[in-house]
Design a protein around this ligand. Sequence first.
Ligand code: 48N
Length: 281
Amino acid sequence: MSTLAQLPLDVTFAPIKEADVSREMTTRYMQDMLDFAEVDVVIVGAGPAGLSAAYEFTKHPEIKVALIEASVAPGGGAWVGGQLFTPMVVRKPAHLLLDDLNIQYDEKEHYVVLKHAGLFTATILAKVLASSNVKLFNATSVEDLIIRNEVVTGVVTNWALVTKAHGTQSCMDPQVMEAKVVISSCGHDGPFGATGVRRLAELGMIEKLQGMRALDMTAAEDAVVAKTQEIVPGMIVTGMEVAEAYGTARMGPTFGAMLLSGRKAAVLALQKIQKHKSVGK
Ligand code: 48N
């Protein structure tokens, strides 16, 4: 039997040894931890901005990228549109990223509508997971930054459940991941919202957070993309973390800025890495 169509409904599975299942998972995960202890880019947060940045890096197999997501399920706010309604509105020209992903949508004059937000998230996540150079570490949180001479040079990680449980016992120390560039796409919502820029503000490396302003779709999306930038040496901020850092308006349930802000963050990181290489760093 070599195809699903030929497979009867009742089957006998091939034999397996329980210990082999553990060995298969452990050897691979531990190898990943060894391979990704030092990377070109760490992306913190796998919401629409972080996933769009990660997707851009899948086109550059020479760049090693760790995508770190606190939730077991990546995707952030991009599994639903607004108020848990599932269609997703993406304003042009961000539909060009959907075309790149070969995602179907209903087209209107100035925007497109996906029948389900999950169509974007599942499709872009599948591309990222299938890539040779971007590794997703989900259920893992970035609970601090590595900073040397005022430059961000990596992240401090822990199991997300451990990070949430720090108040229960002391000294559950973290791991680390060194990087040439950190892209912070921690969003504005939830238990880990905007943790990248909040940490920078705590450390006095940036002014206190402006906090995202009230909703104005037209102004918000242009501003978030325009202000996607290297916020301190070594760290690029993207997505709704931009709104929290610079006080731009929020856009509510339109996602085009997240897609193009993430893509811009990746391109800025690539330019930074190329520049480092050209001066032999
Ligand atoms: O979806 P989010 O929260 O963030 P973005 O910026 O990718 O997209 C924002 C978008 O979903 C909206 O909020 C829309 C556009 N609404 C706007 C509005 O006006 O209401 O994804 C961030 C992801 C989440 O999955 C978090 O779990 C994760 O980042 N995360 C972290 N993961 C690991 N370590 C951390 N420190 C951390 N902080 C956040």
